[in-house]
Design a protein around this ligand. Structure first.
Ligand SMILES: NC(=O)c1ccc[n+]([C@@H]2O[C@H](COP(=O)([O-])OP(=O)(O)OC[C@H]3O[C@@H](n4cnc5c(N)ncnc54)[C@H](OP(=O)(O)O)[C@@H]3O)[C@@H](O)[C@H]2O)c1
Length: 325
């Protein structure tokens, strides 16, 4: 392992949430006090994790849903991190010890995600997947952003979204949906943003930039007379979504569905530090804000409880583990 380091007090063992078998988080996730601290390779940095964001993919991996290209057990879950660089590999170009960074540590969402994730005191990650933490954001806020904003941005790009276009966001109150609404409106310059949620979350959708908030418990979005240039489906409703898109428009879905109806397509995100750097100005000027569930910050010791809440599918925005010991 080629590294240069002034960090002297990094222990060899750390606390981490680990699962050695597949199953429900509450059954399989165990706190392990004796996990080896990962050694950064030459293009990686070692981060002291200050806050770790949770994503549905974490519990879906635990449930053995992505077994084809998953990492071997035992696994430390966690994609999203905000923390401080403690040590840099010899090929690391820009980041240095002491930098406050954030990112999604798995370059390809489902293609061999790291065995040692972010639900730990330390994690090792490639420099190219990280960005400097926006100065105005806390570590908790920063940890709520990377995977969700990356998925939102990449999906919008893949639909060819641009200023003046209209969009319907299905699942507007979730981790991804809250970012799609904000990026479409405040970064891409949408002419109109519509989004769906249950009744209690409609005001949130509007506060994020939705011009039209649709209560899915009362109205069917596909029955609206208005059609959209793009539909972003974060729920798994692509069959209905294609009825809400204009002729020639695009429907992107991020949920696995058995059969996609044209023009709907699915993608799996790619993590990128450069993309976060590009979006940092919008986070720093407050146009795009992290959205954290009112009950969404759990101490490290409550990892399984945090997952139980996430698994309800009713979380508003994001859930973050903090403080990490
Ligand atoms: N392909 C990829 O690369 C990729 C990337 C990220 C995420 N994903 C997947 O995309 C999905 C969404 O991720 P996420 O992080 O946004 O999940 P999430 O934060 O857990 O989503 C929860 C939100 O979904 C809303 N919701 C549930 N059913 C709904 C419905 N029928 N209509 C409208 N809103 C509904 C809920 O609002 P209400 O309480 O109002 O219902 C809740 O606020 C997950 O399955 C995740 O695994 C895929």
């Amino acid at each position: 392992m080629e590294t240069t380091s002034r960090a002297s007090n990094i222990p060899s063992k750390m606390k981490a949430w680990v699962y050695a078998h597949h199953g429900k988080p509450v059954d399989v996730l165990k706190l392990d006090l004796d996990v080896a601290v990962p050694q950064p390779t030459e293009d990686q940095v070692l981060i002291k994790v200050v806050a770790a964001g949770l994503n549905p993919v974490d519990f879906k991996r635990m449930l053995e849903m992505f077994i084809e290209a998953d990492s071997p057990l035992p696994t430390v879950p966690g994609y999203d991190v905000a923390g401080v660089v403690l040590k840099v590999g010899s090929q690391v170009k820009i980041l240095k010890e002491g930098d406050e960074v954030y990112g999604n540590i798995n370059e390809k969402g489902l293609d061999h995600p790291k065995r040692y994730g972010t639900l730990a005191e330390y994690t090792a990650v490639e420099e190219k997947l990280l960005a400097l933490k926006p100065k105005n954001l806390s570590f908790v806020e920063a940890a709520a952003i990377p995977l969700a904003i990356g998925t939102a941005y990449e999906g919008l790009e893949k639909t060819g979204f641009s200023a003046g276009k209209s969009i319907l966001v299905l699942g507007g109150a979730g981790g991804v949906g809250t970012m799609v609404i904000q990026l479409a409106k405040h970064v891409f310059g949408a002419s109109k943003v519509a989004a769906t949620s249950s009744s209690a979350k409609l005001e949130l959708l509007k506060s994020l930039g939705a011009d039209l908030a649709i209560d899915y418990t009362k109205d069917n979005f596909e029955d609206l007379p208005e059609k959209f240039d793009a539909v972003y489906d974060a729920v798994g409703q692509s069959e209905r979504a294609v009825k809400a898109v204009k002729e020639g428009g695009q429907v992107v879905t991020i949920e696995p569905v058995k059969a996609l109806t044209a023009p709907a397509f699915r993608f799996i995100l790619t993590s990128s530090g450069a993309m976060l750097e590009r979006l940092n100005p919008f986070l720093e000027n407050g146009k795009v804000k992290p959205v954290i569930d009112p009950r969404g910050t759990f101490p490290f010791s409550q990892g399984p409880e945090a997952f139980s809440y996430l698994e309800t599918g009713r979380v508003t925005g994001k859930i973050v583990l903090h403080p990490i010991p």
